[in-house]
Ligand binder design. Structure first.
Ligand code: PEP
Ligand code: MG
Length: 582
Protein backbone atom coordinates (compact mmCIF):
# COMPACT_ATOMS: atom_id res chain seq x y z
CA UNK A 1 0.00 0.00 0.00
CA UNK A 2 1.22 3.51 -0.78
CA UNK A 3 1.84 5.35 2.48
CA UNK A 4 -0.59 8.04 1.41
CA UNK A 5 -2.58 9.46 -1.44
CA UNK A 6 -3.15 13.02 -2.56
CA UNK A 7 -5.97 14.34 -4.74
CA UNK A 8 -6.44 17.28 -7.06
CA UNK A 9 -7.97 18.32 -10.37
CA UNK A 10 -7.27 15.88 -13.20
CA UNK A 11 -5.86 18.51 -15.55
CA UNK A 12 -3.92 16.56 -18.15
CA UNK A 13 -4.39 12.82 -18.73
CA UNK A 14 -1.69 10.17 -18.57
CA UNK A 15 0.36 8.42 -15.92
CA UNK A 16 3.74 9.69 -14.76
CA UNK A 17 5.97 7.66 -12.45
CA UNK A 18 8.99 9.40 -10.98
CA UNK A 19 10.76 11.27 -8.19
CA UNK A 20 9.60 14.53 -6.72
CA UNK A 21 11.49 17.79 -7.10
CA UNK A 22 9.84 20.71 -5.34
CA UNK A 23 9.98 23.90 -7.35
CA UNK A 24 9.07 26.65 -4.94
CA UNK A 25 9.33 30.37 -5.38
CA UNK A 26 12.27 31.09 -3.07
CA UNK A 27 11.45 33.13 0.00
CA UNK A 28 13.45 36.30 -0.50
CA UNK A 29 12.47 38.11 2.65
CA UNK A 30 15.38 39.26 4.80
CA UNK A 31 15.90 41.37 7.90
CA UNK A 32 17.72 44.61 7.02
CA UNK A 33 20.64 45.09 9.39
CA UNK A 34 23.46 47.59 9.95
CA UNK A 35 26.95 46.59 8.90
CA UNK A 36 30.05 46.79 11.03
CA UNK A 37 32.67 45.16 8.81
CA UNK A 38 32.27 47.02 5.52
CA UNK A 39 34.99 45.19 3.62
CA UNK A 40 33.56 41.78 4.62
CA UNK A 41 30.13 42.90 3.43
CA UNK A 42 31.56 44.13 0.12
CA UNK A 43 33.32 40.79 -0.30
CA UNK A 44 30.00 38.99 0.36
CA UNK A 45 28.30 41.26 -2.18
CA UNK A 46 31.04 40.65 -4.82
CA UNK A 47 30.85 36.90 -4.26
CA UNK A 48 27.06 36.91 -4.75
CA UNK A 49 27.38 38.88 -7.99
CA UNK A 50 30.15 36.60 -9.28
CA UNK A 51 28.05 33.54 -8.50
CA UNK A 52 24.98 35.12 -10.14
CA UNK A 53 26.98 35.92 -13.28
CA UNK A 54 28.44 32.42 -13.48
CA UNK A 55 25.04 30.76 -13.00
CA UNK A 56 23.26 33.09 -15.43
CA UNK A 57 25.90 32.59 -18.12
CA UNK A 58 25.54 28.82 -17.74
CA UNK A 59 21.76 29.14 -18.04
CA UNK A 60 22.15 31.33 -21.13
CA UNK A 61 24.34 28.71 -22.77
CA UNK A 62 21.78 25.98 -22.03
CA UNK A 63 18.90 28.12 -23.35
CA UNK A 64 20.88 29.03 -26.46
CA UNK A 65 21.51 25.36 -27.21
CA UNK A 66 18.00 24.14 -26.42
CA UNK A 67 15.81 27.02 -27.53
CA UNK A 68 17.87 29.51 -29.49
CA UNK A 69 20.36 32.38 -29.22
CA UNK A 70 17.66 35.08 -29.30
CA UNK A 71 15.98 33.67 -26.18
CA UNK A 72 19.36 33.47 -24.43
CA UNK A 73 19.87 37.21 -25.00
CA UNK A 74 17.52 38.02 -22.10
CA UNK A 75 19.89 36.27 -19.73
CA UNK A 76 23.11 37.66 -21.18
CA UNK A 77 21.44 41.10 -20.98
CA UNK A 78 21.01 40.55 -17.24
CA UNK A 79 24.72 39.79 -16.90
CA UNK A 80 25.59 42.99 -18.78
CA UNK A 81 23.25 44.97 -16.54
CA UNK A 82 24.65 43.77 -13.21
CA UNK A 83 28.22 44.09 -14.50
CA UNK A 84 27.69 47.84 -15.01
CA UNK A 85 30.32 49.58 -12.85
CA UNK A 86 28.06 52.57 -12.18
CA UNK A 87 25.24 50.40 -10.84
CA UNK A 88 27.59 48.33 -8.70
CA UNK A 89 29.35 51.51 -7.52
CA UNK A 90 26.05 52.98 -6.30
CA UNK A 91 25.31 49.78 -4.38
CA UNK A 92 28.75 49.75 -2.80
CA UNK A 93 28.36 53.38 -1.72
CA UNK A 94 25.31 52.34 0.29
CA UNK A 95 27.21 49.44 1.86
CA UNK A 96 30.02 51.80 2.78
CA UNK A 97 27.36 53.97 4.41
CA UNK A 98 26.34 51.03 6.62
CA UNK A 99 23.59 49.26 4.62
CA UNK A 100 23.63 45.49 4.35
CA UNK A 101 24.27 44.08 0.86
CA UNK A 102 20.62 43.00 0.45
CA UNK A 103 19.37 46.52 1.20
CA UNK A 104 21.90 48.15 -1.08
CA UNK A 105 20.91 45.86 -3.94
CA UNK A 106 17.17 46.31 -3.44
CA UNK A 107 17.32 50.09 -3.09
CA UNK A 108 19.42 50.69 -6.18
CA UNK A 109 17.55 48.16 -8.35
CA UNK A 110 14.19 49.63 -7.29
CA UNK A 111 15.46 53.12 -8.03
CA UNK A 112 16.57 52.09 -11.55
CA UNK A 113 13.32 50.17 -12.13
CA UNK A 114 11.09 53.11 -11.28
CA UNK A 115 13.28 55.44 -13.36
CA UNK A 116 12.94 53.10 -16.37
CA UNK A 117 9.20 52.72 -15.77
CA UNK A 118 8.60 56.46 -15.83
CA UNK A 119 10.43 56.93 -19.12
CA UNK A 120 7.28 56.25 -21.20
CA UNK A 121 9.51 54.67 -23.84
CA UNK A 122 8.62 51.05 -24.52
CA UNK A 123 12.15 49.67 -24.74
CA UNK A 124 13.34 51.54 -21.67
CA UNK A 125 10.26 50.37 -19.76
CA UNK A 126 11.17 46.78 -20.57
CA UNK A 127 14.46 47.35 -18.75
CA UNK A 128 12.46 47.77 -15.52
CA UNK A 129 11.41 44.12 -15.78
CA UNK A 130 15.03 43.16 -16.41
CA UNK A 131 16.34 45.09 -13.45
CA UNK A 132 13.75 43.43 -11.20
CA UNK A 133 14.81 39.99 -12.51
CA UNK A 134 18.41 40.86 -11.74
CA UNK A 135 17.42 42.01 -8.25
CA UNK A 136 15.64 38.72 -7.54
CA UNK A 137 18.52 36.67 -8.91
CA UNK A 138 21.26 38.41 -6.91
CA UNK A 139 19.10 38.52 -3.78
CA UNK A 140 18.61 34.74 -4.04
CA UNK A 141 22.41 34.36 -4.23
CA UNK A 142 22.94 36.62 -1.19
CA UNK A 143 20.39 34.63 0.81
CA UNK A 144 21.58 31.27 -0.53
CA UNK A 145 18.12 30.48 -1.94
CA UNK A 146 18.64 30.01 -5.67
CA UNK A 147 15.47 28.78 -7.45
CA UNK A 148 15.44 25.35 -9.07
CA UNK A 149 16.56 25.36 -12.71
CA UNK A 150 13.74 23.37 -14.32
CA UNK A 151 15.50 22.93 -17.66
CA UNK A 152 18.31 20.91 -16.09
CA UNK A 153 16.30 18.54 -13.87
CA UNK A 154 17.11 14.82 -14.29
CA UNK A 155 15.07 12.23 -16.22
CA UNK A 156 12.00 10.93 -14.40
CA UNK A 157 11.32 14.12 -12.42
CA UNK A 158 7.86 14.95 -11.10
CA UNK A 159 7.66 18.69 -10.48
CA UNK A 160 5.70 19.77 -7.41
CA UNK A 161 4.97 23.46 -7.21
CA UNK A 162 2.55 25.97 -5.76
CA UNK A 163 1.54 27.58 -9.03
CA UNK A 164 2.46 26.16 -12.41
CA UNK A 165 3.09 29.29 -14.46
CA UNK A 166 3.19 29.45 -18.27
CA UNK A 167 6.87 30.50 -18.01
CA UNK A 168 7.64 27.36 -15.96
CA UNK A 169 5.89 25.30 -18.66
CA UNK A 170 8.20 26.87 -21.23
CA UNK A 171 11.24 25.44 -19.40
CA UNK A 172 9.86 21.91 -19.13
CA UNK A 173 11.87 19.31 -21.02
CA UNK A 174 11.29 15.60 -21.80
CA UNK A 175 12.92 14.77 -18.45
CA UNK A 176 9.77 15.84 -16.61
CA UNK A 177 7.20 13.03 -16.41
CA UNK A 178 4.42 14.80 -14.51
CA UNK A 179 3.47 17.95 -12.68
CA UNK A 180 1.57 18.51 -9.43
CA UNK A 181 0.52 22.04 -8.48
CA UNK A 182 -1.30 23.32 -5.42
CA UNK A 183 -3.39 25.81 -7.43
CA UNK A 184 -4.94 26.13 -10.89
CA UNK A 185 -8.03 24.78 -12.60
CA UNK A 186 -8.93 22.71 -15.63
CA UNK A 187 -8.97 25.69 -17.94
CA UNK A 188 -6.05 27.66 -16.52
CA UNK A 189 -3.45 28.36 -19.17
CA UNK A 190 -0.99 26.03 -17.48
CA UNK A 191 -3.49 23.17 -17.73
CA UNK A 192 -3.99 23.95 -21.41
CA UNK A 193 -0.22 23.96 -21.99
CA UNK A 194 0.24 20.71 -20.03
CA UNK A 195 -2.36 19.01 -22.21
CA UNK A 196 -0.71 20.36 -25.35
CA UNK A 197 2.58 18.88 -24.13
CA UNK A 198 0.81 15.58 -23.22
CA UNK A 199 2.30 15.93 -19.75
CA UNK A 200 0.29 14.25 -16.96
CA UNK A 201 -0.76 17.03 -14.59
CA UNK A 202 -2.73 17.43 -11.39
CA UNK A 203 -3.66 20.93 -10.27
CA UNK A 204 -5.36 22.28 -7.16
CA UNK A 205 -3.76 19.69 -4.89
CA UNK A 206 -3.56 21.72 -1.67
CA UNK A 207 -0.70 20.87 0.67
CA UNK A 208 1.29 19.05 -2.05
CA UNK A 209 4.52 20.90 -1.26
CA UNK A 210 4.30 19.98 2.43
CA UNK A 211 3.28 16.40 1.76
CA UNK A 212 5.90 15.60 -0.89
CA UNK A 213 9.59 16.03 -0.17
CA UNK A 214 12.36 15.88 -2.75
CA UNK A 215 13.19 12.37 -3.91
CA UNK A 216 9.82 10.84 -2.94
CA UNK A 217 8.60 8.32 -5.52
CA UNK A 218 5.10 9.07 -6.77
CA UNK A 219 2.61 7.82 -9.32
CA UNK A 220 0.71 10.72 -10.84
CA UNK A 221 -2.53 9.80 -12.56
CA UNK A 222 -3.53 12.88 -14.55
CA UNK A 223 -6.75 11.19 -15.68
CA UNK A 224 -8.17 10.71 -12.17
CA UNK A 225 -6.31 13.46 -10.32
CA UNK A 226 -4.69 11.10 -7.80
CA UNK A 227 -1.09 10.88 -6.60
CA UNK A 228 0.16 7.69 -4.93
CA UNK A 229 3.00 8.46 -2.56
CA UNK A 230 5.79 5.86 -2.14
CA UNK A 231 3.88 3.09 -3.94
CA UNK A 232 4.82 -0.51 -3.11
CA UNK A 233 5.96 -2.81 -5.91
CA UNK A 234 2.42 -4.11 -6.57
CA UNK A 235 1.15 -0.56 -7.01
CA UNK A 236 4.10 0.29 -9.21
CA UNK A 237 3.34 -2.73 -11.39
CA UNK A 238 -0.31 -1.67 -11.60
CA UNK A 239 0.74 1.86 -12.58
CA UNK A 240 2.93 0.54 -15.35
CA UNK A 241 0.05 -1.59 -16.65
CA UNK A 242 -2.19 1.47 -16.58
CA UNK A 243 0.49 3.46 -18.40
CA UNK A 244 0.58 0.80 -21.12
CA UNK A 245 -3.23 0.77 -21.38
CA UNK A 246 -3.23 4.55 -21.73
CA UNK A 247 -0.76 4.28 -24.61
CA UNK A 248 -2.88 1.52 -26.23
CA UNK A 249 -6.06 3.61 -25.97
CA UNK A 250 -4.22 6.44 -27.61
CA UNK A 251 -3.09 4.13 -30.39
CA UNK A 252 -6.68 2.89 -30.89
CA UNK A 253 -7.74 6.43 -31.72
CA UNK A 254 -5.63 6.21 -34.85
CA UNK A 255 -8.66 4.50 -36.44
CA UNK A 256 -10.18 7.99 -36.64
CA UNK A 257 -7.23 9.51 -38.45
CA UNK A 258 -8.05 10.67 -41.97
CA UNK A 259 -11.79 10.16 -41.40
CA UNK A 260 -14.27 12.98 -41.97
CA UNK A 261 -15.76 14.45 -38.79
CA UNK A 262 -19.48 13.70 -38.70
CA UNK A 263 -22.24 12.51 -36.40
CA UNK A 264 -23.37 8.88 -36.56
CA UNK A 265 -26.09 9.91 -39.04
CA UNK A 266 -23.64 11.74 -41.27
CA UNK A 267 -24.05 15.40 -40.32
CA UNK A 268 -20.63 16.89 -41.04
CA UNK A 269 -19.01 19.37 -38.65
CA UNK A 270 -15.59 21.00 -38.62
CA UNK A 271 -12.91 19.82 -36.18
CA UNK A 272 -10.04 22.26 -35.84
CA UNK A 273 -7.29 22.90 -33.33
CA UNK A 274 -6.18 25.49 -30.77
CA UNK A 275 -2.55 26.57 -31.01
CA UNK A 276 -0.22 28.93 -29.16
CA UNK A 277 2.77 29.15 -31.51
CA UNK A 278 3.25 28.86 -35.29
CA UNK A 279 5.15 25.59 -34.69
CA UNK A 280 2.05 24.10 -33.01
CA UNK A 281 0.32 24.29 -36.40
CA UNK A 282 2.54 21.45 -37.64
CA UNK A 283 1.52 19.27 -34.68
CA UNK A 284 -2.14 20.15 -35.30
CA UNK A 285 -1.90 19.11 -38.96
CA UNK A 286 -0.02 15.91 -38.02
CA UNK A 287 -2.87 15.09 -35.65
CA UNK A 288 -5.37 15.54 -38.44
CA UNK A 289 -6.97 18.84 -37.46
CA UNK A 290 -9.03 20.37 -40.26
CA UNK A 291 -7.65 23.84 -39.64
CA UNK A 292 -6.97 26.16 -36.74
CA UNK A 293 -9.90 27.41 -34.67
CA UNK A 294 -7.90 29.53 -32.22
CA UNK A 295 -4.36 30.83 -32.48
CA UNK A 296 -3.65 32.47 -29.11
CA UNK A 297 -1.29 35.16 -30.41
CA UNK A 298 -0.38 36.45 -26.95
CA UNK A 299 2.24 33.70 -26.69
CA UNK A 300 4.13 35.38 -29.56
CA UNK A 301 4.21 38.49 -27.41
CA UNK A 302 4.94 36.69 -24.13
CA UNK A 303 7.89 34.76 -25.56
CA UNK A 304 9.62 38.01 -26.50
CA UNK A 305 11.47 40.67 -24.58
CA UNK A 306 10.06 43.40 -26.79
CA UNK A 307 6.95 43.69 -28.92
CA UNK A 308 7.14 41.46 -32.01
CA UNK A 309 7.32 43.74 -35.04
CA UNK A 310 4.79 43.72 -37.88
CA UNK A 311 7.33 41.79 -39.98
CA UNK A 312 7.88 39.18 -37.25
CA UNK A 313 4.15 38.75 -36.76
CA UNK A 314 3.55 38.61 -40.50
CA UNK A 315 6.14 35.81 -40.77
CA UNK A 316 4.46 33.89 -37.92
CA UNK A 317 0.91 34.18 -39.31
CA UNK A 318 2.04 33.45 -42.86
CA UNK A 319 3.83 30.33 -41.61
CA UNK A 320 0.59 29.01 -40.09
CA UNK A 321 -1.36 29.85 -43.25
CA UNK A 322 1.15 27.97 -45.37
CA UNK A 323 1.32 24.94 -43.06
CA UNK A 324 -2.48 24.73 -43.13
CA UNK A 325 -2.58 24.75 -46.94
CA UNK A 326 -5.80 26.67 -47.47
CA UNK A 327 -7.62 25.24 -44.46
CA UNK A 328 -9.30 27.83 -42.20
CA UNK A 329 -7.01 29.57 -39.70
CA UNK A 330 -8.75 31.65 -37.04
CA UNK A 331 -6.27 34.01 -35.41
CA UNK A 332 -7.30 35.76 -32.24
CA UNK A 333 -5.96 39.25 -31.78
CA UNK A 334 -3.90 39.88 -28.67
CA UNK A 335 -5.70 38.72 -25.52
CA UNK A 336 -3.44 40.13 -22.85
CA UNK A 337 -4.34 40.96 -19.26
CA UNK A 338 -6.18 38.62 -16.91
CA UNK A 339 -3.59 35.96 -16.00
CA UNK A 340 -1.30 36.91 -18.91
CA UNK A 341 1.06 39.79 -18.29
CA UNK A 342 3.63 41.34 -20.60
CA UNK A 343 6.17 43.51 -18.79
CA UNK A 344 7.31 45.54 -21.77
CA UNK A 345 3.81 46.73 -22.68
CA UNK A 346 3.81 48.82 -19.53
CA UNK A 347 0.46 47.55 -18.28
CA UNK A 348 -0.67 48.89 -14.93
CA UNK A 349 -1.29 46.52 -12.01
CA UNK A 350 -5.03 46.09 -11.49
CA UNK A 351 -6.96 44.89 -8.45
CA UNK A 352 -9.22 42.77 -10.60
CA UNK A 353 -7.44 42.05 -13.90
CA UNK A 354 -10.06 39.60 -15.21
CA UNK A 355 -12.63 42.40 -15.08
CA UNK A 356 -10.16 44.99 -16.23
CA UNK A 357 -8.11 46.35 -19.05
CA UNK A 358 -7.83 43.13 -21.00
CA UNK A 359 -7.86 41.88 -24.62
CA UNK A 360 -9.77 44.09 -27.08
CA UNK A 361 -10.15 46.82 -24.46
CA UNK A 362 -6.39 47.13 -24.18
CA UNK A 363 -5.81 46.82 -27.94
CA UNK A 364 -8.31 49.51 -28.88
CA UNK A 365 -6.51 51.95 -26.61
CA UNK A 366 -3.06 51.01 -27.93
CA UNK A 367 -2.98 51.44 -31.70
CA UNK A 368 0.81 51.19 -31.54
CA UNK A 369 0.25 47.56 -30.50
CA UNK A 370 -2.93 46.74 -32.43
CA UNK A 371 -2.28 48.25 -35.87
CA UNK A 372 0.93 46.26 -36.53
CA UNK A 373 -0.95 43.08 -35.59
CA UNK A 374 -3.92 43.85 -37.83
CA UNK A 375 -1.61 44.77 -40.72
CA UNK A 376 0.37 41.56 -40.22
CA UNK A 377 -2.84 39.51 -40.19
CA UNK A 378 -4.11 41.17 -43.36
CA UNK A 379 -0.82 40.67 -45.16
CA UNK A 380 -0.74 37.00 -44.13
CA UNK A 381 -4.28 36.57 -45.48
CA UNK A 382 -2.77 36.61 -48.98
CA UNK A 383 -1.28 33.19 -48.16
CA UNK A 384 -4.25 31.24 -46.84
CA UNK A 385 -7.73 31.31 -45.33
CA UNK A 386 -6.95 33.61 -42.40
CA UNK A 387 -9.83 34.87 -40.27
CA UNK A 388 -9.58 37.48 -37.55
CA UNK A 389 -11.20 36.84 -34.16
CA UNK A 390 -11.78 39.53 -31.53
CA UNK A 391 -11.57 38.38 -27.89
CA UNK A 392 -13.56 39.54 -24.87
CA UNK A 393 -16.09 41.54 -26.84
CA UNK A 394 -18.80 42.97 -24.59
CA UNK A 395 -20.54 45.37 -26.95
CA UNK A 396 -21.06 45.88 -30.63
CA UNK A 397 -19.12 49.18 -30.55
CA UNK A 398 -15.92 47.22 -29.97
CA UNK A 399 -16.49 45.09 -33.04
CA UNK A 400 -17.24 48.21 -35.08
CA UNK A 401 -14.09 49.91 -33.87
CA UNK A 402 -11.98 46.87 -34.78
CA UNK A 403 -13.59 46.80 -38.22
CA UNK A 404 -12.84 50.49 -38.68
CA UNK A 405 -9.18 49.89 -37.81
CA UNK A 406 -9.05 46.95 -40.22
CA UNK A 407 -10.54 49.18 -42.96
CA UNK A 408 -7.87 51.80 -42.24
CA UNK A 409 -5.13 49.16 -42.47
CA UNK A 410 -6.60 47.98 -45.78
CA UNK A 411 -6.37 51.51 -47.19
CA UNK A 412 -2.74 51.73 -46.11
CA UNK A 413 -1.95 48.36 -47.65
CA UNK A 414 -3.71 49.40 -50.89
CA UNK A 415 -1.59 52.54 -51.00
CA UNK A 416 1.54 50.44 -50.47
CA UNK A 417 0.44 48.02 -53.19
CA UNK A 418 0.40 45.02 -50.84
CA UNK A 419 -1.83 41.99 -51.31
CA UNK A 420 -4.42 40.80 -48.78
CA UNK A 421 -7.90 39.24 -48.64
CA UNK A 422 -10.38 42.10 -48.97
CA UNK A 423 -13.16 39.85 -47.63
CA UNK A 424 -11.27 38.63 -44.60
CA UNK A 425 -13.85 37.33 -42.09
CA UNK A 426 -13.91 39.17 -38.75
CA UNK A 427 -15.55 37.15 -36.00
CA UNK A 428 -16.38 37.51 -32.35
CA UNK A 429 -15.22 35.33 -29.54
CA UNK A 430 -18.33 35.03 -27.43
CA UNK A 431 -17.03 34.68 -23.90
CA UNK A 432 -18.76 37.36 -21.84
CA UNK A 433 -22.35 37.33 -20.60
CA UNK A 434 -22.87 40.70 -22.35
CA UNK A 435 -21.88 39.25 -25.72
CA UNK A 436 -24.05 36.20 -25.08
CA UNK A 437 -27.08 38.35 -24.30
CA UNK A 438 -26.42 40.51 -27.36
CA UNK A 439 -25.58 37.55 -29.61
CA UNK A 440 -28.53 38.22 -31.95
CA UNK A 441 -27.27 41.78 -32.54
CA UNK A 442 -23.60 40.82 -32.77
CA UNK A 443 -24.45 38.04 -35.23
CA UNK A 444 -25.64 40.67 -37.72
CA UNK A 445 -22.18 42.26 -37.78
CA UNK A 446 -19.83 39.36 -37.11
CA UNK A 447 -18.68 36.92 -39.80
CA UNK A 448 -18.62 34.08 -37.28
CA UNK A 449 -18.84 33.27 -33.59
CA UNK A 450 -16.52 31.13 -31.53
CA UNK A 451 -17.68 30.42 -28.00
CA UNK A 452 -14.94 30.78 -25.41
CA UNK A 453 -16.37 28.50 -22.76
CA UNK A 454 -13.40 28.94 -20.42
CA UNK A 455 -14.15 32.59 -19.83
CA UNK A 456 -17.88 32.36 -20.47
CA UNK A 457 -18.16 29.84 -17.63
CA UNK A 458 -16.14 32.05 -15.29
CA UNK A 459 -17.93 35.28 -16.10
CA UNK A 460 -21.39 33.69 -16.09
CA UNK A 461 -20.83 31.99 -12.74
CA UNK A 462 -18.76 34.91 -11.34
CA UNK A 463 -16.11 32.33 -10.48
CA UNK A 464 -12.43 32.74 -11.33
CA UNK A 465 -11.24 29.74 -13.33
CA UNK A 466 -8.08 29.35 -11.24
CA UNK A 467 -9.59 29.88 -7.78
CA UNK A 468 -9.78 26.73 -5.70
CA UNK A 469 -12.38 28.25 -3.35
CA UNK A 470 -14.99 28.69 -6.08
CA UNK A 471 -14.12 25.60 -8.08
CA UNK A 472 -17.50 24.07 -7.19
CA UNK A 473 -19.15 26.90 -9.18
CA UNK A 474 -16.78 26.94 -12.12
CA UNK A 475 -18.40 24.32 -14.32
CA UNK A 476 -19.65 24.41 -17.88
CA UNK A 477 -22.19 21.75 -16.82
CA UNK A 478 -23.99 24.47 -14.95
CA UNK A 479 -27.46 25.00 -16.46
CA UNK A 480 -26.86 28.78 -16.59
CA UNK A 481 -23.82 28.28 -18.81
CA UNK A 482 -25.51 25.64 -20.95
CA UNK A 483 -28.54 27.86 -21.55
CA UNK A 484 -26.24 30.70 -22.52
CA UNK A 485 -24.36 28.48 -24.99
CA UNK A 486 -27.60 27.19 -26.49
CA UNK A 487 -28.85 30.76 -26.97
CA UNK A 488 -25.56 31.89 -28.60
CA UNK A 489 -25.63 29.01 -31.07
CA UNK A 490 -29.23 29.61 -31.95
CA UNK A 491 -28.63 33.38 -32.42
CA UNK A 492 -25.71 32.64 -34.73
CA UNK A 493 -27.67 30.09 -36.71
CA UNK A 494 -30.62 32.46 -37.06
CA UNK A 495 -28.29 34.90 -38.86
CA UNK A 496 -26.69 32.09 -40.85
CA UNK A 497 -23.15 32.54 -39.49
CA UNK A 498 -20.93 29.64 -38.46
CA UNK A 499 -20.77 29.07 -34.70
CA UNK A 500 -17.76 27.30 -33.26
CA UNK A 501 -16.43 26.65 -29.79
CA UNK A 502 -12.80 27.03 -28.80
CA UNK A 503 -12.99 26.68 -25.01
CA UNK A 504 -11.94 23.43 -23.37
CA UNK A 505 -15.57 22.26 -23.19
CA UNK A 506 -15.50 21.60 -26.96
CA UNK A 507 -13.56 18.41 -26.22
CA UNK A 508 -15.54 17.32 -23.15
CA UNK A 509 -16.94 13.88 -24.06
CA UNK A 510 -19.91 14.39 -21.75
CA UNK A 511 -20.89 17.66 -23.41
CA UNK A 512 -20.33 16.77 -27.06
CA UNK A 513 -23.90 15.40 -27.47
CA UNK A 514 -25.28 18.72 -26.23
CA UNK A 515 -23.18 20.67 -28.73
CA UNK A 516 -24.49 18.38 -31.48
CA UNK A 517 -28.05 18.95 -30.32
CA UNK A 518 -27.60 22.73 -30.19
CA UNK A 519 -26.20 22.76 -33.74
CA UNK A 520 -22.56 23.73 -33.16
CA UNK A 521 -20.75 23.77 -36.52
CA UNK A 522 -17.09 23.89 -35.48
CA UNK A 523 -15.18 22.29 -32.58
CA UNK A 524 -11.76 23.72 -31.81
CA UNK A 525 -9.77 21.55 -29.43
CA UNK A 526 -6.15 21.03 -28.41
CA UNK A 527 -4.32 19.00 -31.04
CA UNK A 528 -4.02 16.08 -28.60
CA UNK A 529 -7.85 15.92 -28.42
CA UNK A 530 -8.61 15.99 -32.16
CA UNK A 531 -9.05 12.25 -32.65
CA UNK A 532 -10.88 11.62 -29.37
CA UNK A 533 -13.32 14.44 -30.17
CA UNK A 534 -13.91 12.99 -33.66
CA UNK A 535 -14.74 9.68 -31.99
CA UNK A 536 -17.16 11.31 -29.54
CA UNK A 537 -18.97 13.18 -32.32
CA UNK A 538 -19.29 9.95 -34.34
CA UNK A 539 -21.00 8.25 -31.38
CA UNK A 540 -24.22 10.28 -31.60
CA UNK A 541 -26.98 10.76 -34.13
CA UNK A 542 -28.49 14.24 -34.08
CA UNK A 543 -31.84 12.77 -32.98
CA UNK A 544 -30.29 10.89 -30.02
CA UNK A 545 -28.30 13.95 -29.00
CA UNK A 546 -31.42 16.10 -29.16
CA UNK A 547 -33.41 13.63 -27.06
CA UNK A 548 -30.67 13.70 -24.42
CA UNK A 549 -30.45 17.53 -24.55
CA UNK A 550 -34.21 17.79 -24.16
CA UNK A 551 -33.94 15.90 -20.85
CA UNK A 552 -30.77 17.56 -19.63
CA UNK A 553 -31.86 21.12 -20.31
CA UNK A 554 -34.73 20.70 -17.86
CA UNK A 555 -32.39 19.86 -14.99
CA UNK A 556 -31.70 22.36 -12.23
CA UNK A 557 -28.10 21.85 -11.13
CA UNK A 558 -24.63 21.18 -12.55
CA UNK A 559 -24.50 17.96 -10.57
CA UNK A 560 -27.77 16.70 -12.01
CA UNK A 561 -26.55 17.57 -15.48
CA UNK A 562 -23.24 15.79 -14.98
CA UNK A 563 -24.91 12.67 -13.60
CA UNK A 564 -27.43 12.54 -16.46
CA UNK A 565 -24.69 12.97 -19.06
CA UNK A 566 -22.43 10.40 -17.39
CA UNK A 567 -25.27 7.89 -17.32
CA UNK A 568 -26.13 8.50 -20.99
CA UNK A 569 -22.50 8.22 -22.10
CA UNK A 570 -22.03 5.03 -20.04
CA UNK A 571 -25.14 3.40 -21.56
CA UNK A 572 -23.84 4.26 -25.03
CA UNK A 573 -20.37 2.87 -24.29
CA UNK A 574 -21.90 -0.37 -22.93
CA UNK A 575 -24.08 -0.73 -26.03
CA UNK A 576 -21.05 -0.17 -28.27
CA UNK A 577 -19.00 -2.75 -26.33
CA UNK A 578 -21.84 -5.29 -26.59
CA UNK A 579 -22.09 -4.81 -30.35
CA UNK A 580 -18.34 -5.24 -30.96
CA UNK A 581 -17.40 -8.63 -32.44
CA UNK A 582 -16.01 -10.92 -29.68
C1 PEP B 1 -11.92 30.76 -23.62
O1 PEP B 1 -12.05 31.72 -22.85
O2 PEP B 1 -12.72 29.81 -23.69
C2 PEP B 1 -10.75 30.69 -24.52
C3 PEP B 1 -10.64 29.75 -25.42
O3 PEP B 1 -9.79 31.65 -24.36
P1 PEP B 1 -8.66 31.64 -23.25
O4 PEP B 1 -8.72 30.31 -22.56
O5 PEP B 1 -7.38 31.85 -23.99
O6 PEP B 1 -9.05 32.78 -22.42
MG1 MG C 1 -10.96 33.55 -23.17
Amino acid sequence: MATSELKGVAASAGIGIGQVVAVAEPDLTYAPHAIEDVSAEIARFDAAIASYIEHTNAQAEAVSAQVGPKEAEILTGHVVMISDPYMQGEMKKLIEGGSCAEDALVQICDMFASMFEQSGDELTMQRATDVRDVKTGVLAELLGRRPVDIASLPMGTVIVTHDLTPSMCAEITGAIVAVIAETGGLTSHSAILARAMELPAILSAPGALDALSDGTTVVVDGSTGTVQVEPDHLELDAAMVAQKKFAEDKAALQAYEGKPTATADGVAVELVSNIGTPEDANAAMERDAEGIGLFRTEFLFMDNTSMPTEEEQFAAYKKVAIVCKGKPVIIRTLDIGGDKEIGYLGMQKEDNPFMGFRAVRFCLSREDVYIPQLRALLRASAFGDIRIMVPLVTCVDELRQVKALVARCMEELDAEGRKYNKDIPIGVMVETPAAAIMADVLAKEASFFSIGTNDLTGYTMCADRGNEGVRYLYSTWNPAVLRSIRAIISAGRAEGIPVGMCGEAAADPLLVPLWIAFGLTEYSVSSTSVLSTRREIARWTVADAQALAERVMHLATADEVRKALEAAVAVRAAAEAASEPA
